[in-house]
Structure formats: C-alpha cells, structure tokens
Write a protein that binds this ligand. Structure first.
Ligand SMILES: [Zn+2]
Length: 532
C-alpha cells in the first residue's frame, strides 16, 4: 500500500471481505444502486441516447443531477455542460451507386449486401478511380514496414484488409489503423479512397449488423482542434464473405489473401484491374451535443491543479434497423454501465469523505460511437485549468459474470499498469492485459483521445481465461447483444461484479490522485510519442 493514507490503508482488507466479514460492503446493495442508473439511462424512453438526440439530452440531465447530488463541482463551460457542434452526414442510397468498372462494363455493387459507404466530412459525391490491393495498407516507419512502397497510389483507391502481421506489436497495429492515421497515410501517398475488408481473424461485428448500421448519421467535430482528420473522398466497407468479387480481374484470388492471413505470410500487393466508381448522395446537416463534466477538488495546494480524469461515454447509437421487432439500441452495457459507474464512484467518494491530493475530474462524454468525438473535443478543449495527469476510461466493461479477472487495456504502457496491479492484488482480483490485440481495444474508446495528448491512460473490462465458460458468455454477448437492440435491460447482469469493479476503479483513482509522482509512460512505450 503506497497511498500514504493510513486510514485508507486500514480500510483496504474490508473492501473485499478480508479479515472481518461483517465489515464487508453490501456488494449486492451497491450493485443495485449502480443498476438503478443503468435502468434510467437504458430505458426505451431515452431511445438509445444517440449523439444530438432528445434521449441523449435526457441522459445528460440525469448525469448532471447525479453529479450535483454527489457534490461534484461544475466543470463544463456552461455549468456542468460542454457543448460542441458536429457536421452530420447521411447517405441517400436510393440516389447513390457503387460500381466495379472493367473494360467497357460496369457491375453494380449491392449496398448492404456487399458494400456500404462510411461517410466522413471529406466525402465527395463522385469518385472514379483505379483500385489497388495494398495488403494491410499499413506504413509503420519505426518498423521499416510499408505496404505502399511498391505501389503508385496517386489518384487511386486502396483496397485493404484490416489487421496486420502477427509479429507487429498490438499497440502499433492499433494506432496505424485508427481512422485519422489511416486517412492521413492514404492522403500522403495520394490515394483518393479506401475499401476496407474486415480481417476474418478480428471481426467482432458481423457484416449483417454492420450493414444494418449504415443509415445511422455519421458525424465529425466542427472544431477538432489541432488533431484534425484528413478528408478522404471515398471510404467503403466491403463484406469479407463477398470480397472475391473485387479480385475478379486481378489475376489473384481473395482466397490466397485469406490463406496468407491465416498462415501469417506477407500479403501480396497488386492492381485489381478494375476501377471503382462511386456516386454518393449525401445529406449534410449540423447538430449540437454536450459532454457533462464535474470535479471532486483535490486537497493539496501543490497538486490540486493536476487532474485524474475518469471518463465514460454516455451516448449510444440511438434508433436503428429492427432486430426481432426492437428498434431501440438501448446500450445498457455500452455504455450506460460505465456512465453509471462514474456516478457511483462520485457517490462513494462523497460518502467516504476522501481528501485526495489531486483533483478528480468526471467526464461523461458524447459522440464516442461516432468516433471518440466528445472525448476528442474534451482533450482538445479541456475545461479545467491545470494538467490532466491520467485518464481512466470505462466503456462496456460487461459485468455479466463474477469478477475474478480484470482485463486492462494499456497495462504494459505506463506506470498506471503498476498501480492497477497493486490495487487489484490486495483484493484477490487478477489483472490481465489485452488478450485480443487484433480487436484494437486500446484505441477504440475514449482513452485514446487523451493518449493522443500525451496523457497516460487505461481502459478496463471483466477478464476471463481462454477456454473458460466466461469466455463463452462473452463471445455470445458480442455475437447477440453488442451494438444490437438486445443490449438492453432484460439481459443478465452480475450486480456484485459491477459493484466490485467500481470499488477497484475508485481505489485506483485515489491511489493515482494521492501518489507523490504523477503517472508516466514506460520508457519503451509506443504511446510516449504523444508527450510534448
Ligand atoms: Zn459501442
């Protein structure tokens, strides 16, 4: 125990039912309180909390009221709120087309069945360009790896498979696949578009579900700050199972590519012998939405302007294509759960009367499902004066079985990993690092917005062992409920696991807030590059 607070050190064994069981917290009661927030936020009345929607506004009101009740001080630009503006793009498919053109003939691609547009602010109405297969489409200077080196991509559309070679470290693979990095890399080599085929090794959303989401509005920040995206005229997702179509005139088969992926051989690069012609009818509009921010002030005059930032995204994907007659994507786990944890951690701090040395900033962010936009806006336009020294993010932590393992994204990257190990070891919980690096989770949620500003960060979820019943439960959850209407209040949840998760997060937060030294990236961490 290194928190330097003897009172808190004495309380630790009780937290997880140590020496005196009668003093152990009533996990079930705590879990029920946490669930009561989920019940409000994931109710059908909130219509899936889409960014900019009525439902989101109700959710923001709720969180603001709970932050206030927990004694957090307003930390937005208007009270607890931090409004921001978004550009919105929606596709009108009836007036759009996508064709493969070879010789004199144009073959239409079927929206939803084979392909879909992924709209961005830089999307253009009309593009007609040669298609080139570029393997994983990665350029990683620090590893001397470059999928573009042997190709001229100027004015062409890059067709690529997501993922990367097995030997490439997970964080590097993840970083260079991030949408902004991809778009910049493609623009650098002069490409005018990309067609992305999902790597069968890392599909976590089946094509049907992905295709069903294609009418949901896409958004980008009007004021992203310095870290602005490059515009890419056309961006298409292609179904892995239908991708053979793209290779018809290339002299290659997509099967060869799949085989190379399967056996981890380098992927070939070659022109596809066809052009891709796209006509995208885009409806553009604007919308405003808000982050909700509150602060639990630190007590040390020298450290109170340093902030440990707890985040969870409050938005979800709203109303969409019906599944079994249900159109409301309630997002109970994704991420009413993490938002509820923000509230409960704030409540618990107030109740305990903790006096952390550093300040603790709570931010419920919007726009995560649109590409980490609310957190990006916060990181670019922080509302507190001082330094953000750590970000602890909770997104879809899935308390759907008992908490025995805590999976931590970014565990090996910063001293925060040592902190979480120390906190967990005292509570009989084992810590695991990301066991599915192909899913890119460390850059797929809001912590990445802070990482890109140099702030050490972690993200958390319930872990499990390979081959365990818990792994089966998690896989089934991803297949049936992730980004589906079934991620709702009717699903099984482990209230005790949720309450224990919140307790670990609270202890970790306090440990970081009280430490003599602020967290730092490990010297060898890839993510240290963002520190200025
Ligand atoms: Zn999500």
């Amino acid at each position: 125990m290194t928190s330097g607070n003897p009172l808190r050190a004495a309380l630790v064994p009780f937290l997880f039912g140590g020496a005196i069981p009668s003093e152990a917290p009533d996990w079930n009661a705590l879990g029920k309180r946490w669930w009561s927030h989920v019940e409000f936020l994931a109710d059908d009345a909130l219509e899936g909390r889409d960014t900019g929607s009525r439902g989101y506004a109700k959710a923001a009101e709720y969180v603001e009221a709970r932050f206030r009740a927990a004694g957090l001080k307003p930390a937005g630009t208007r009270g607890y709120r931090q409004p921001m503006e978004f550009d919105v793009e929606e596709i009108d498919e009836a007036r759009s087309s996508l064709e493969l053109v070879h010789g004199g003939s144009a073959k239409p691609l079927r929206f939803g069945e084979e392909a879909m547009f992924y709209l961005t602010a830089g999307a253009e109405e009309s593009v007609d360009a040669e298609a080139v297969f570029v393997g994983y489409g990665l350029a990683v200077p620090e590893l001397g790896y470059d999928d573009f080196a042997d190709q001229n991509l100027k004015g062409k559309i890059a067709v690529l498979v997501s993922g990367g070679p097995a030997a490439m470290p997970g964080p590097i693979k993840a970083h260079y696949q991030w949408s902004y990095e991809r778009r910049r890399a493609l623009r650098r080599v002069g490409a005018v578009g990309m067609v992305r085929i999902a790597n069968p090794k890392s599909i976590d959303l089946p094509w049907s579900r992905m295709a069903a989401s294609r009418f949901q509005p896409k958004m980008e920040l009007r004021d992203p700050g310095e870290d602005a995206p490059a515009g890419l005229p056309v961006f298409v997702y292609f179904d892995t199972d239908r991708a053979e179509r793209l290779f018809e005139w290339s002299g290659h088969r997509f099967r060869e590519v799949l085989d190379a992926i399967e056996h981890d051989r380098p992927l070939p690069h070659f022109p596809l012998g066809a052009r891709i012609r796209s006509r995208a009818a885009i409806r553009r509009s604007r919308v405003t939405c808000e982050n909700v921010a509150g602060v639990y002030p630190g007590s040390d005059p020298a450290l109170k302007d340093e902030f440990v930032v707890l985040t969870a995204h409050l938005d979800h994907v709203g109303i969409g294509a019906p599944v079994n007659g249900d159109r409301i994507y309630s997002g109970a786990m994704d991420n009413a759960s993490g938002s509820a944890s923000l509230i409960e951690i704030a409540n618990s701090l107030k109740k305990s009367g903790a006096r952390p040395r550093r300040s603790i900033l709570f931010v419920a962010v919007t726009g995560e499902e649109k590409g980490l936009l609310g957190s990006q806006y916060y990181a670019a336009h922080p509302t507190v004066k001082g330094t953000m020294v750590a970000n602890l993010n909770m997104d879809c932590f899935n308390p759907i079985f008992p908490l025995k393992y805590l999976e931590v994204q970014g565990l090996e990257e910063s001293t925060l990993g040592d902190d979480v190990r120390a906190v967990a070891s005292g509570s009989g919980i084992r810590v695991q690092s990301d066991h599915e690096p192909e899913r890119n989770l460390f850059i797929r949620s809001d912590q990445y917005s802070f990482i890109r500003k140099g702030v050490p960060a972690l993200m958390f979820g319930l872990g499990f062992l390979p081959g365990s019943p818990e792994e089966k439960i998690m896989k089934a959850w991803l297949a049936e409920r992730y980004h589906a209407p079934a991620d709702d209040l009717a699903q099984p949840v482990d209230l005790v696991a949720a309450a224990q998760f919140n307790a670990i997060l609270e202890r970790l937060t306090l440990r970081v807030a009280d430490a003599d030294r602020r967290p730092d990236w490990k010297p060898e961490s890839f993510f240290r590059r963002f520190v200025r």
